[in-house]
Write a protein that binds this ligand. Structure first.
Ligand code: OAD
Length: 229
């Protein structure tokens, strides 16, 4: 085995105290997706959408990476083969734990995107609608989040990594949102073995060669120990 692709979802950050999306207490229980996570919502009520992400960005100040993030960062440091960690999460806990070979396919809370020129820059504070882009000057900065109906970032790089993968591992994701939910089948079609680590069976469980059920903070360090031998 040489090349590993890992997909992570909200479940890997749950033990850090960040709410997942689906299920009891999930973010989508208190908010309608259409109100805060679509291009239409941003056009209709930018104040509401910006505030929703301001609150979530501010909440990052009070959380820290957990044992699962730390284990993946260790894998990144010590695995001599190919590795790509693709996260659907918009928190920055993978990089704070030290992971480098990773990308955010659904955007990042600590980033602002200029809707006019496409430039993005690090953003830590509140982002009021109408904030000016330091690059082009347009008052068009928005949260750098991939809304429903928008195309996730870096799909070409992800698909290239899946095509080369010997092992695809999915961690803490419900398998409800495409295209990420389809990565397991894509990896399989290219010949990769597939493993799922999740608290409970997911919508995609049937597709994996093996599923291990439990908390990411326990399962991920154990799996990384196995891989690094
Ligand atoms: P979900 O909330 O849909 O699913 C989280 C999964 O993590 C569930 O299957 C839980 O059982 C599992 N889980 C919870 N706690 C866990 C723990 N401690 N250890 C392991 N697993 C645990 O979140 P995602 O699948 O990430 O998109 O959601 C996918 C996308 O839908 C998100 O990126 C977001 C959302 O709408 C955007 O905002 C664009």
């Amino acid at each position: 085995m040489k090349n590993i692709v890992i997909l992570t979802g909200a479940g890997i950050s749950a033990e850090s105290g960040i709410a997942t999306f689906r299920g009891p207490g999930g973010l989508w229980e208190g908010h309608r997706v259409e109100d805060v996570c679509t291009p239409g919502a941003l056009a209709r009520d930018p104040a509401l959408v910006h505030r929703f992400y301001d609150l979530r960005r501010a909440a990052l100040e009070t959380v820290a990476p957990n044992a699962a993030h730390a284990a993946l960062a260790r894998l990144d440091r010590e695995w001599a083969g190919g590795l790509l960690i693709v996260t659907q999460n918009v928190d920055d806990l993978h990089e704070r734990a030290g992971a480098r070979r990773m990308l955010h396919m659904h955007g990042a809370l600590r980033s602002a995107l200029c809707a006019a020129c496409g430039e993005r820059r690090e953003w830590r504070d509140a982002l009021p609608p109408g904030s000016a882009c330091a690059g082009c000057g347009a008052r068009a900065l928005r949260p750098d989040i991939v809304f429903f109906g928008e195309i996730p970032y870096q799909m070409e790089r992800i698909e290239a990594a899946l095509a080369e993968a010997d092992l695809f591992v999915s961690i803490g994701t419900s398998g409800a949102v495409y295209p990420a939910a389809g990565f397991v089948r894509m990896a399989q079609a290219y010949g990769a073995a597939t493993l799922e680590l999740n608290l409970e069976r997911s919508e995609g469980s049937a597709w994996f060669d093996a599923t291990r059920l439990g908390a990411a903070g326990v399962l991920v360090p154990a799996w990384v120990d196995e891989v690094l031998g």
